[in-house]
Design a protein around this ligand. Structure first.
Ligand code: ADP
Ligand code: MG
Length: 507
């Protein structure tokens, strides 16, 4: 039976709810079942049913024309760019695209919804039945089925003033009508770790094909998690709770773990889990009840009479498939086949599109895929992850890194110097040549090496004899001596070659 919590989840949970009363043994008695509903905003110029601009950060209510406001007499018209991006996302997630689809009105009352209903898709979503494959931290493979994807419009935003005086709420309708995809997974996930990697992979795919910014903090990617627990893999599903307000990857993990523990606690103390929607409170690290069970009937769905059902031509689907950028898995396999990179290295380089693009640029300029891969994977990713820098803001651009690799290959820098030059370049935002000039990185002139090697041989007659007697390991010592005398600035290959030559002449 699967563990309720992955080890890291358990540690995280102990950290946030130290006073839990659940006996550790009862944790392993349940298997969690999780399904995610992911909303992503599409990167279009205008909104889904109107020419209002689709933009983040404009002055409040400056992007809300008559259609967005739902004024009487206006008619929505589907933005064709939305349909194209939706189809591309559907195919990237291996969904079947419907030949006929339609829009429905989903009714609810809330001040951020000007019309009193949201235009969404109910029983005829444009895409169904896809899959997403990924690996967990330990490399074990998982596949999660996609139940469906539908198009819909986003709602506006409420701002609640917490200042002095009477509490006031403001409405900003700029976001109303922004195109969204809702991607609904099957309940195939079994831990917060699986949910985390699924979401990461989904985001990477959507960013690869450039349909969304996928920014959880800015809300262009949002996730609701449905969580239930059951007594083992063969038991029927338990009652689910839907968690909203998960606006970071961290929150997704923590909230799911919290909810699993809370439900185990309820069941262990003889209670029942109630179907409900809860909010994740990131500060208090707990879920709070928002409302109990709501059903589809509550929304009084019906087909939007302003938007007729329409067909999606197979020619359009084929055309979009042909313009679809290369996906992460295909890119990874190509790196292995084309550049001879190890599978692991190729998957690190292709996990995020920005990194792959950077690597490809470095490789194109220096022509050495193996070196490009090692530098990007070990040095560049090391620095940007540790210092939390976005790759586009990293001062050692692909061009600069390619230059460093070239200087290294040409023997103008030693490996050690190249790393130091790299550090100066990204810390000081200067060209490699400028760093070399400023800090005077010059490999020792090779013409000076024979004399230094002669000196080392003269100073270490015993060790030289040992090598001549067949103890090859002592050679490293001689190389070390030469490096010391040149303050590490001699090219090691050249030193090795010259030492071999001299040993040969002594035989
Ligand atoms: P609704 O339309 O009412 O939101 P769905 O059946 O479409 O309900 O499910 C929504 C999400 O809940 C899906 O991601 C699905 O995988 C997940 N889900 C359904 N049943 C369960 C369950 N018992 N436990 C956990 N998740 C579930
Ligand atoms: Mg739902």
């Amino acid at each position: 039976m699967a563990n309720v919590l992955a080890p890291w989840g358990a540690a995280r949970f102990r950290e946030c709810v130290a006073e839990t009363t659940i006996a550790p043994t009862s944790l392993t008695a349940y298997e969690p079942v999780i399904g995610l509903e992911v909303h992503c905003q599409l990167k279009t110029r205008s909104k889904i049913f109107s020419p209002d601009p689709n933009q983040f950060g404009a002055p409040a209510n400056s992007l809300a024309g008559p259609v967005t406001l739902g004024l009487p007499g206006v008619l929505p018209v589907l933005n064709q760019a939305v349909l194209r991006l939706a189809i591309m996302a559907g195919r990237a997630l291996e969904c079947k695209i419907a030949s006929i689809t339609k829009f429905d009105r989903k009714h609810y009352f809330y001040p951020d919804l000007p019309k009193g209903y949201q235009i969404s898709q109910y029983d005829m979503p444009y895409a169904t039945g896809g899959r997403v494959s990924f690996e967990l931290a330990d490399g074990s493979p998982r596949t999660v089925r996609i139940h469906r994807i539908h198009m819909e419009e986003d709602a506006g935003k409420l701002l609640h003033s917490a200042g002095g005086g009477d509490p006031v709420s403001y409405v900003d309708l700029n976001r109303a009508g922004v195109p969204l995809l809702e991607i609904v997974s099957e309940p195939d996930l079994r831990s917060s770790e699986e949910a985390y990697y699924y979401l990461q992979t989904l985001r990477n795919i959507l960013r690869y094909i450039d349909v969304t910014d996928g920014n959880m903090e800015e809300g262009s990617l949002r996730c609701d998690a449905n969580v239930s627990i059951r007594r083992g893999p063969d038991a029927p599903f338990g009652t689910r709770v839907e968690i909203k307000n998960l606006n970071s990857f961290r929150a997704v993990r923590a909230a799911i773990d919290y909810e699993i523990m809370r439900q185990a606690d309820v069941l262990e103390s003889g209670g029942k889990v109630i179907q409900s929607t809860v909010l994740w409170d990131a500060d208090r690290r707990e879920t709070r009840l928002m409302r109990t069970k709501e059903d589809a009937e509550d929304y009084r769905y019906f087909p939007d009479p302003d938007l007729t059902s329409f067909t999606i031509e197979s020619d359009l689907i084929r055309e979009i498939e042909q313009t679809m950028p290369e996906l992460p898995d295909a890119k990874r396999d190509r790196y292995v086949a084309e550049f001879g990179l190890p599978l692991y290295d190729a998957s690190v380089l292709t996990r995020e599109k920005e990194v792959a693009t950077y690597f490809e640029e470095v490789n194109r300029l220096c022509g050495d895929p193996k070196k490009s891969s090692n530098w990007v994977k070990d040095e560049v990713l090391g620095v940007i992850n540790k210092q939390d820098i976005a790759l586009p803001d990293f001062a050692c651009t692909a061009k600069r890194l390619a230059r460093i690799i070239q200087l290294l290959s040409d023997g103008k820098l030693t490996g050690r110097m190249a790393k130091q030059v790299f550090e100066h370049v990204y810390q000081e935002d200067i060209e490699p040549e400028a760093a070399i000039e400023k800090y005077n990185y010059k490999p020792v002139d090779s013409s000076a090496l024979p004399a230094i090697i002669d000196q080392v041989f003269t100073e270490n007659p015993d060790n030289v004899q040992k090598i001549l007697d067949g103890n090859d390991r002592v050679k490293g010592f001689l190389v070390g001596q030469v490096m010391q005398k040149t303050r590490g600035q001699a090219p090691p290959q050249e030193v090795n070659r010259l030492i071999d030559e001299k040993l040969e002449s002594l035989k």
